[in-house]
Design a protein around this ligand. Structure first.
Ligand SMILES: [Mg+2]
Length: 389
């Protein structure tokens, strides 16, 4: 079997607003076709115009070849060879960051093909099935432009998630800093007030995670605020510090009793080794598309397992990436929770419309999917509706 074509769909929701934090307003959907008529689907969470260029740009020299040109004619089932050839021969186009994120979408599509050829749901090919259930957490994004509307919206969604049977919720608490929601700039006291309000809303029995999205640049400032959050029994504090400042991560990890979670933007296992060993983080958060696909996400899970650290993958995208994340979780017991929202709870059009996934949420757990491959059905009307040239 040979790869016969690669198509990159640049999708942007017609109501997108660049002032909002949600990256689910766009998508890079990669479709790989084979000479035997099979198609595999992959996705990555990066600016889709850039992702398309990473895959489709013509090659210009030996270490800056074209992913698309390299892929045509290769065996789609030999994923390891394809991954390393693409990673090596495009090294000067982007050995980290966008280049690897785009490679992640290619890798995801190849795993989809491999499982479809086997006639099995993807998780059965990724490793040994785990003995414990896959538990999702509800990821709650804010609405509103004032502290009161932001707080009330998050608390209302937390209540809704609890009623739906979620055992864990994550609240974005980002009213200042580089990732601030919709231009907000609230005090740290207000951030503390928000954490307290969410904990009060859900009660003591639901697991609570807080994401401050790179609010601080140093450990001392972070600790001066977050030490007051220790009383709220947080499962983790996500991305408190800008990801380049690994020594500050390590310092905060020593000071704070709440585990630090990070890793959503990283590409390749090599960046995770640095974050874990030098940054001393406590919860590992690869995003499958960005880290370099299912192949590289599996390698990161190995790193975590060797160190007995939990993995909670990042995933804020459409049913394509969410399916890939769930399939991986069914073979990796170190994955303690997956980020998941049923499409009906999402405002993002692409999340709701692009792909119908084979995932059911029952009694707080995800039921193992049964359809071959990723098990998704692409809504081609949505692809046509949101495609940009
Ligand atoms: Mg986050």
């Amino acid at each position: 079997m040979k790869i016969s074509d690669i198509k990159c769909h640049v999708l942007v929701a017609d109501d997108f607003d660049p002032g909002l934090t949600s990256s689910a307003q766009d998508s890079l959907l990669v479709v790989i076709s084979t000479d035997e008529g099979l198609r595999g689907f992959g996705e990555s969470d990066l600016n889709p115009y850039i992702g398309r260029a990473c895959i489709e740009a013509p090659g210009t020299h030996t270490m800056g070849l074209s992913m698309r040109e390299l892929l045509i004619g290769m065996d789609p089932l030999d994923i390891e060879t394809v991954w390393h050839r693409l990673y090596t021969m495009t090294a000067m186009n982007g050995r980290r960051g966008a280049g690897v994120h785009a490679l992640g979408a290619v890798d995801m599509a190849l795993w989809d093909i491999r499982a479809k050829v086997a006639g099995e749901p993807l998780w059965k090919l990724l490793g040994t099935p785990r003995q414990t259930p896959v538990v999702p957490y509800a990821s709650l994004q804010p609405a509103g432009k004032t502290f009161e509307t932001y707080r009330d919206a998050i608390c209302k969604d937390a209540e809704k998630a609890k009623d739906l049977g979620f055992r864990a919720v994550k609240a974005e608490c980002t009213m200042a800093g580089p990732y601030a929601h919709d231009g907000m700039n609230e005090s740290y006291d207000r951030h503390t007030e928000l954490v307290a309000a969410v904990r009060k809303t859900i009660g003591p029995d639901i697991v609570l995670m807080i994401d401050v999205q790179y609010l601080w640049r140093d450990a001392d400032t972070a600790y001066s605020v977050a030490r007051d959050w220790e009383e709220f029994d947080l499962y983790f504090l996500e991305t408190p510090i800008w990801p380049d400042f690994l020594d500050e991560h390590a310092k905060l990890a020593d000071l704070l009793s709440i585990p630090i979670a990070s890793g959503e933007w990283l590409s390749t296992r090599w960046e995770f080794i640095e974050l874990i060993e030098r940054g001393k983080i406590g919860v590992i958060q690869p995003d499958i598309g960005r880290v370099g696909g299912l192949s590289e996400a599996r390698a990161v899970c190995e790193l975590a397992a060797e160190r007995q650290l939990p993995v909670v993958p990042h995933c804020w995208k459409t049913g394509v990436s969410i399916s890939a994340t769930a399939h991986l979780a069914f073979t990796r017991p170190e994955i303690q929770y997956i980020e998941y929202l049923p499409p009906q709870l999402c405002v993002e059009k692409l999340r709701r419309e692009l792909a119908k996934e084979d995932l059911q949420f029952v009694d707080g757990e995800i039921v193992p999917p049964t359809r071959p491959g990723l098990g998704i059905e692409i809504n081609w009307d949505a692809v046509a509706r949101y495609s940009e040239n």
